[in-house]
Design a protein around this ligand. Sequence first.
Ligand code: B1M
Length: 206
Amino acid sequence: MAIDEIRQVVLAGDEEAAPRLVAAELEAGTDPQRILDEALISAMDEAGARMSSGEMFIPEVLVAADAMKAAMDVLSPHLVGDGGGARATVVMGTVEGDVHDIGKSLVSLMLDGAGYRVIDLGVDVSAAAFVETARENDAQVVGMSSLMVTTMPKMKVVIEALNEAGLSAKPIVGGAPLTQSYADEIGAAGYAPDAGGAVRLVKELV
Ligand code: B1M
């Protein structure tokens, strides 16, 4: 019931109620991962479905995303891992042309919590910015997020640019429209379907 209430206030874009209800749910002892999956991510999935069917418009989806982010501020400290990462450097970003930041930020947060040094370049990141940052920071991994079929091809552009620059950083990819076969096709070193999977993947790669 309370989980569903959080889902509803996020969908309604209530930036005050969302973090307050998440705090109460944590206080009640609910598993943080369950709050993330069944309330917050579920709300975003529903927003996406309503967006597709024309029941929700961009400004409403935007306020729902802001309510999710407000809820994440409260939830995040409870999601992070044991800090056991090897302090390898990961450059993260959402690819050029794409401004979806919630999933990418969740991946950054989980990697940071697992002990990696994360340089999050934000959204709409050019191939040149990925390459320069990876070079300047001697990064071991470059993580790219894309939420749209129209921006997925930019991942291949980044991978080619990394190769052309002669960098050894391993490119990994993720985001709702991505698949393992697409990752293989564009020459990525790995693909993860979610933030927890991204941490496991980085642990395998470095
Ligand atoms: Co947009 N949008 N959006 N949107 N939006 C989607 C992605 C869409 C599926 C909605 C739909 O139509 N059903 C659709 C894309 C269709 C497609 O190509 N497949 C879409 C569209 C079309 C658009 C616009 C073009 C709409 C328009 O203007 N007509 C526009 C594009 C803007 C742009 O980028 N240039 C647009 C705009 C927006 C908002 C700005 C309003 C807002 C973003 C706000 C923000 O991020 N600050 C928004 C939102 C919120 C969504 C939905 C509803 C939710 C996305 C989200 O935050 N999910 C989304 C529908 C959906 O995804 N169901 C939709 C929650 C998040 C935790 O999940 O990001 O998938 P996700 O991340 C997951 C995994 O994918 C994975 O781990 C995360 C945690 O488990 N992951 C990785 C992500 N990156 C990873 C990287 C990794 C590993 C794992 O390794 C590096």
